[in-house]
Structure formats: structure tokens, C-alpha cells
Design a protein around this ligand. Sequence first.
Ligand SMILES: C[S@@+](CC[C@H](N)C(=O)[O-])C[C@H]1O[C@@H](n2cnc3c(N)ncnc32)[C@H](O)[C@@H]1O
Length: 250
Amino acid sequence: MNIGVITIFPEMFESILKSGIVAKAINNNLVSITFSNPRDFAEDNRKTIDEKVFGGGPGMLMMAPPLEKSLKFLKKKLGDDSLVVYVSPQGKKFNNVLSKKVVNNNKIILICGRYEGIDERFIETFVDEEWSIGDYVLTGGELASMVIIDSVTRFIPGALGDKCSVEEDSFENGLLDYPHYTKPRVYNGKAVPDILLNGNHEKILDWRQKQSLGRTWLRRPELLENLALTDKQEKLLSEFIEERKNLMNE
Ligand SMILES: C[S@@+](CC[C@H](N)C(=O)[O-])C[C@H]1O[C@@H](n2cnc3c(N)ncnc32)[C@H](O)[C@@H]1O
């Protein structure tokens, strides 16, 4: 998987390049990240990449020419068929579906805005898609790009190793993940649910599925609207709701 990043702050990415799953994936040649700094392509000695906005108003804007040269540099390395994404609060909400799309495409160039953002004409000419990581405004696109890189890396076959599996994580089957427990068996007076300790794998699977359905119903009910539940899942969810009602009445 080849990732290109256009940023005036490449040093911000050191954290993910040095630790955790992304660093491991890079060391195992599963991911390669190439940076391009628009300052290296600035047209004056002061390395200017931003200017005041036409029409007045606060803040500065990243200029199109250094961004264009930065993009051309990365396209030469990664290929012209790279998906070009501008991370922006105005973009499509990023999710697992987009993450998998990146893995399938195998090449992505992420453009990190700063200041008031980037010149609209650059977006119109060169950007394939705009993606947002949430309804809030960051001071720059670097953190958003790191979120995307981290999420995409999880879906690269072999990146997570045998120990973890993306298949059971939240959203994978349209549901939230079930609760997890580890040692000690009793913590703060709370015991691990008995069912997880009795070794009956079928019952454990049913319990987990019930909790997964129940959590989704409680926390993200809109996710259930898009799912066609099996008869068994309907039954497990009804049981969860009944058990919860009883708990509330106790
Ligand atoms: C201060 S923001 C610019 C906000 C822009 N003026 C607006 O209101 O839409 C600077 C840069 O941070 C990045 N950014 C901010 N919020 C983001 C979000 N929620 N998702 C992705 N990128 C974001 C973008 O690259 C943006 O160009």
C-alpha cells in the first residue's frame, strides 16, 4: 500500500512512523509513506506557501502552485492513478467503507490543509474526493490524515498479525463490538460474567452476539435500521431488551 502525504508539517507524523501497528506495517513493507512539503516547491526565497484571501476576511490560504508541484512530485512516485483526497471538515464522513476502498485502490495521496484551507481552484482541478473525520474543525489536516492512515492500515492483510482480527470489531458486521474482560476475575467488586468462564464456546458466541446487538440498540440504534437481522439475532436482541427491563425494575 502506497500512501503519499502533502503537508507543511511532516514531522508531526513521526509518532505513527515510530510506534504501533503503522510503524510495524512500514517495517514489514506492507505500507510505504512518502511525504511532500509544499514549501520545497515555493516560488520565492522566503518559501511562501500561503497568502491573504481575496475579498478580505481573516486568515491565510494555501496557494495552488506549490500544492500542484507537491502533488506532481508524489504522483511521479506513486502513479497517476493514485486517489487524491483532501482532508477537510466539508468532506464526506470518513468510515470503514472508505478505508477498505483505499486498501483496494492501493495508492492514496492525502492533502493536509492549514490556515483557512486551500485555494478552491486546486480542489476543483486535482482533488478526487474530500473526506472529513468528524463535525469539528482542526487547525490542520495532519491529525485527520494520521487517523485515516491508522484506520486504513488495519485493513491491510497481515498488518494486524494473528492476534487481532478486524472482523469482530465495531462496524464490521454493522454492529458495535461486545464487551471484553481479562484478569483479574474480580475487579472493584465486579466479577467477569460466568458464561465467559465455563468453556462452552457456543454459549459464549451467543452471549457475545447478544451483547453486540444490545449495545448497538442502546448506543447506536440507527445502525440496526440498516440491518436485516436473522430470526436468531431478533430473539437474542429481544432477550437483551427483556433482561435490561428486568434490571431497571430491580
Ligand atoms: C482550520 S481548518 C480550515 C477550515 C475551513 N476554513 C472550513 O471552515 O471549512 C484547516 C485545515 O484543517 C483540516 N481539517 C480541519 N477539520 C477537519 C476535519 N474535521 N476533517 C478533516 N480535515 C480537517 C483541513 O485540511 C483544513 O484545510
